[in-house]
Design a protein around this ligand. Structure first.
Ligand code: FAD
Length: 260
């Protein structure tokens, strides 16, 4: 992968290359760092893969890959999972009658930074979890398992996310209010508003890519109807934001440009 290769990304689109790169990195690199997985960490990993199987709108052979990994994990009933066994189970299988493939290259498109240390994986991880909260909201009764995706994300971040400072910040936000989320649509808006809190905290800081300033998202030019003014102050129109998020993070808005 050539990180400096210029790619034309449209910020109103979601790119499959970003999503698959993120999954490859999170499953095969970040989650496979420990010599063995056990206890709460193993449970967090199983939960992450099960949630992906349920809600990740992947290409058929990626879906098969996730399904195979999920059934393999369900069959793993020993308390410890050695990294060597997990790595073996996470290999691609292109020859089967139902190929199971998660591309092993990392290509950032919508998440491409102006320098290699900007954007990339953390951008992809936010994108995946927004997508999963939206797919969950579109697929079942609103009041049923409202925290399914958010608690998966909370566990994943706590046990695996390589940026420890980020994980602590996120855990603090989760501990404060996540448990009060009572519906799947509320879960979508919880993640959106807390991501904006993070954007506000990081704006102007040294992790900000100068070419991608941290904004309160979606900005007015992406979604004019999301913004209102109340007595001279900015306010979000939350129903309009929800409608926007459902369209932005819908399978129809995922593009295959630059995907392997
Ligand atoms: P990101 O913030 O990564 O956003 C990715 C994409 O999501 C954007 O390009 C946009 O299309 C969309 N988006 C933006 N805002 C929203 C929103 N509110 N709702 C829905 N979609 C949106 N970095 C730190 O330096 N300190 C931290 O404490 C920290 N905590 C983090 C916690 C978590 C859980 C994660 C996943 C990342 C954290 N990061 C932290 C990294 C940081 O938030 C960014 O991911 C990183 O700086 C890359 O920024 P970005 O410009 O690519 O946009």
């Amino acid at each position: 992968t050539n990180a400096s290769q210029p790619k034309r990304a449209d910020r109103s689109k979601v790119y499959m290359a970003d999503l698959e790169s993120t999954l490859h990195y999170s499953l095969r690199v970040e989650a496979a760092r420990a010599a063995t997985l056990s206890g709460a960490q193993l449970a967090a990993f199983k939960c992450y893969v099960a949630t992906l199987v349920k809600y990740f709108p992947g290409r058929p052979y990626v879906q098969t890959y996730l399904q195979n990994l999920d059934s393999w994990l369900r069959n793993w009933t020993e308390p410890e999972l050695p990294r060597s066994a997990l790595k073996e189970a996470m290999k691609n299988n292109r020859d089967a009658s139902h190929p199971a493939v998660l591309p092993t290259n990392v290509t950032w498109v919508g998440c491409q930074g102006s320098e290699p240390h900007f954007r990339g994986y953390p951008c992809g991880l936010w994108t995946i979890f927004h997508l999963l909260t939206i797919q969950a909201a579109q697929s079942g009764p609103d009041k049923e398992l409202p925290l399914e995706v958010l608690s998966t994300m909370r566990c994943y971040v706590r046990h695996f996310f390589g940026c420890q400072e980020c994980a602590q910040h996120f855990e603090a936000m989760a501990a404060e209010s996540m448990d009060r989320v009572a519906g799947r649509e509320e879960a979508v808006l919880w993640l959106w508003s807390h991501h904006n809190e993070v954007n506000a905290r990081l704006a102007g800081g040294d992790t900000e890519d100068p070419n991608f300033p941290k904004l309160q998202w979606p900005p007015p030019d992406m979604c004019p109807q999301c913004h209102r003014e109340e007595r001279g102050l900015h306010a979000w129109d939350q129903p309009a934001v929800l409608t926007f998020l459902k369209a932005h993070f819908s399978p129809a808005n995922i593009y295959l440009d630059y995907a392997e």
